[in-house]
Design a protein around this ligand. Structure first.
Ligand code: RI2
Length: 273
């Protein structure tokens, strides 16, 4: 696919996930660089790819990295790194999943699925409660992938989390950007983390340090209202808001599970300085 088609695929979320999107973006930029070098066209393509879904920081970080090196090898190295980072995180952190425990997760994170699937491969038996994750129902992808990994899955609507929290031993979710204000993830993560905190359930975010975000400018992507009100509400004058992400303040974060192991908030915040 050319740059235009890839940008369209990312904007429409046919291509999604903080890490997967960056891999597809890098492969597209490699094609441009191979034909046109690392000049104006490359920079224009990079800008379009980065602005397709502006909240997650991985695309920004990897483009910055390859722009600094300006070689095809640097792009290939970064693609290889991103394609393997979730396996490294799973290997380093799977012990967080205790035998007989029940995990709550939200949305679809390849890093979370990789970690939970690895724990299952190590013969740990546990359950996962998956929220459907309105408005785009990424929980269906998570439920399918975890069930295929032999994990006992319970699928609930987002609003049911309060009914299940007393059965939950740990909340484990992905992340899009790790910032000084807190951790950016799919909308709905913040209230789940507050609920977990209230019930003394540990809250783990899973993601590589490539998700550290020191951008001065940052915005929560506002997506089309049609995702929320699929058939509209004819005759009703109102605003429909559809922010795709929220920020969980550090006070609700137990640890971030990275390729360097489990890092406490203080450690991560020092890395962000
Ligand atoms: P991985 C997803 O966003 C979710 O917010 C998920 O937690 C995050 O990306 C991390 O994804 P979207 O693409 O890198 O569904 O762990 O908007 O796959």
């Amino acid at each position: 696919m050319g740059v235009r088609e890839v940008v369209k695929s990312i904007k429409s979320m046919k291509t999604r996930g903080a890490t997967k999107t960056a891999i597809v973006g890098l492969k597209t930029l490699r094609d441009v660089a191979e034909k046109r070098g690392f000049g104006k066209e490359f920079n224009q393509a990079a800008k379009k790819l980065e602005s397709a879904r502006p909240t997650a920081v991985v695309m920004h970080n990897v483009i910055k990295q390859v722009k600094g090196e300006k070689t095809l090898e640097a792009i290939d190295k970064m693609v290889y790194y991103l394609a393997n980072i979730d396996d490294i995180i799973a290997f380093k952190n799977h012990k967080i999943v205790e035998k007989g425990s029940t995990i709550l997760t939200h949305c679809h994170s390849a890093a979370v699925v990789s970690l939970l699937s690895y724990a299952r491969k190590k013969k740990i038996k546990f359950k996962v409660v998956v929220t459907e994750t309105r408005p785009r129902y990424q929980g269906k992808i998570t439920a399918k992938e975890l069930e295929h990994a032999g994990i006992d899955v319970t699928y609930i609507i987002d609003a049911a989390a309060g009914e299940f929290i007393n059965k939950i031993d740990a909340m484990v979710v992905g992340c899009d950007s790790i910032r000084k204000e807190g951790i950016v993830n799919k909308i709905g993560t913040y209230p789940l983390a507050v609920l977990a905190h209230e019930k003394k359930v540990p809250v783990y975010f899973v993601g590589g340090t490539i998700k550290l975000d020191i951008r001065k400018k940052f915005k929560i992507e506002e997506r089309p209202e049609g995702e929320v009100l699929v058939r509209g509400l004819p005759g009703v004058e109102m605003d429909v808001k559809n922010p795709a992400f929220d920020i969980t303040p550090w006070k609700y974060v137990t640890a971030v599970l990275t390729e360097k192991g489990s890092l406490k908030p203080d450690k991560i915040r020092r890395m962000l300085k």
